[in-house]
Ligand binder design. Structure first.
Ligand SMILES: Nc1ncnc2c1ncn2[C@@H]1O[C@H](COP(=O)(O)OP(=O)(O)O)[C@@H](O)[C@H]1O
Ligand SMILES: [Mg+2]
Length: 201
């Protein structure tokens, strides 16, 4: 059984026999060679990050298949999107989000799209959608990641976002290596303006 779950700018997500297939479909407005390269690159990179996450036991979907071109099959994570439950329970969840972003950063992983639609609450919070992720230890990259989290909270959780980001950053500070450098850099990043990564570009 194959059922379309979600279609984003970049990929279609199917439920196939209780697993998730992520297909980066062709973009006909791109030159074919460039499109093939980009989709292949992003598919392989997401696979690589998911493998590293499995190695460090970070709550994220297990990688089940990777064709190296446009398809990943990953484990389905049951639960609700954090987007839909954050407002009710933000004090606890914001601590967990801050800690978990710190763990990613401590392992040189920049998520690249830290929104509450890319987090699923099961017994704990699982992070998904590593399609824009990359490996880096730079304070700048970590700061931009945190800045995107802030923007995402501001746009989807306007009633609680200020309290939420404060709680998350406090938790991040306690857990992250080089936290003071990164949080200092965050102030610089905030002054510069917009960073939302462009999907589908
Ligand atoms: N492993 C997964 N388990 C459960 N649901 C998922 C999983 N991966 C994706 N989804 C669902 O599909 C949506 C889109 O997937 P995502 O990987 O975020 O792709 P994109 O945002 O690039 O379209 C998610 O917001 C989530 O609702
Ligand atoms: Mg997503």
């Amino acid at each position: 059984m194959k059922k379309l779950l979600a279609q984003g700018a970049e990929a279609k997500l199917f439920l196939v026999d209780s697993r998730i297939q992520k297909n980066r479909f062709k973009k006909t407005y791109r030159i074919k060679e460039i499109d093939d390269k980009l989709r292949g690159f992003r598919t392989r990179r997401e696979a690589k990050v998911l493998q590293k996450l499995a190695n460090i036991n970070f709550p994220s979907p297990k990688l089940l298949k990777n064709d190296g071109k446009e398809n990943l099959v990953i484990e389905k994570i049951d639960g609700k999107l954090v987007k839909d439950v954050l407002d009710k329970n933000y004090k606890k969840l914001a601590v967990e989000i801050g800690k978990k972003v710190a763990i990613l950063h401590n392992n040189s992983i920049i998520h690249g799209d830290l929104t509450t639609s890319n987090m699923i609450l099961n017994k704990e919070i699982y992070f998904i959608d590593f399609g824009l992720s990359f490996f880096s230890d730079k304070a700048e990259d970590k700061a931009v990641d945190l800045h995107l989290l802030k923007e995402a909270l501001e746009s989807k959780h306007y009633k609680i976002w200020e309290k939420c980001i404060k709680i998350a950053l406090d938790a991040y500070r306690k857990e992250a290596n080089m936290a003071s450098e990164t949080l200092k850099r965050l102030e610089v990043v905030e002054k510069r303006g917009r960073y939302r990564a462009k999907k589908g570009s």
